[in-house]
Design a protein around this ligand. Structure first.
Ligand SMILES: [Zn+2]
Ligand SMILES: [Zn+2]
Length: 229
């Protein structure tokens, strides 16, 4: 345990009050990409207004104070509604953004441990628990901008993928579609075995201008053409 000049002790772990769960500080390794995320070491912290959901944070350091109190250095995850741009249609219910906003908080405000998955791992979860979240963007809290600022879009509505919404894939162009955007009932979409989108079933070959899955990009700042709320 290293001693700092202030006489505070750096701790490697902390057991959450009233639980047997312990949290560990992160290694100093930088993230290789914002979407990668790190499982573990993420916590839910009591919001000052108890009617709000708990804050999501990543623990970056743990210190024991002189009078026995434990402080955690955290990097906040923002929920979409906490961002300048607000929640958008393509944001998942469990989506959070890794912000550049750091803070020091009393460890007493930690309610529990949670898991912030990469987008890919989140979509592969068999079941999403209360404490499962995902992160695919870093967020600059001063400007409200995102990294990456461009993201693949799908469907006729040209929206990024929201993992909470069912989509079906065209077997010809490999684009993904929301059933509602192609006038299909969700129940029918769940049952359909082979799907070809409208442009792939029309004869005029217009679909050749359509690119393959993932190559379409949308600037995050540009509102989608058909935004519905
Ligand atoms: Zn759509
Ligand atoms: Zn198609």
């Amino acid at each position: 345990m290293a001693k700092t000049r202030q006489g505070k002790r750096t701790l490697d772990s902390y057991t959450i009050k009233g639980t047997n769960k312990s949290i560990k500080r992160n290694s100093s390794l930088p993230l290789r990409s914002p979407s990668e995320g790190r499982a573990g070491d993420c916590v839910l912290m009591r919001a000052p207004d108890s009617s709000n959901p708990p804050y999501v944070a990543r623990v970056e350091g743990i210190e024991a104070g002189a009078r026995g109190g434990v402080k955690v250095r955290v990097r906040w995850y923002y929920r979409p509604e906490e961002s300048i741009g607000g929640r958008r249609q393509f944001h998942g219910a469990k989506e959070v953004f890794l912000s550049d906003h750091y803070d020091v908080q009393s460890a007493d405000t930690i309610e529990g441990k949670c898991f912030v998955h990469s987008f890919k791992n989140y979509t592969r979860l068999d079941a999403v628990g209360n404490d499962d979240f995902f992160c695919r963007f870093e967020y600059r809290s001063a400007t409200g901008s995102f990294v990456p600022d461009r993201i693949a879009v799908f469907c006729k509505c040209e929206m990024p993928y929201n993992p909470d919404d069912l989509m079906i894939q065209c077997e010809s162009c490999y684009d993904w579609y929301h059933p509602t955007c192609i006038d299909m009932a969700v129940e029918d979409a769940k049952k359909i075995e082979h799907f070809f989108c409208q442009s792939c079933t029309t004869e005029n070959g217009k679909e050749t201008e359509k690119s393959h899955n993932g190559s379409k990009q949308s600037d995050m700042k540009v509102d989608p053409k058909r935004r519905r709320r």
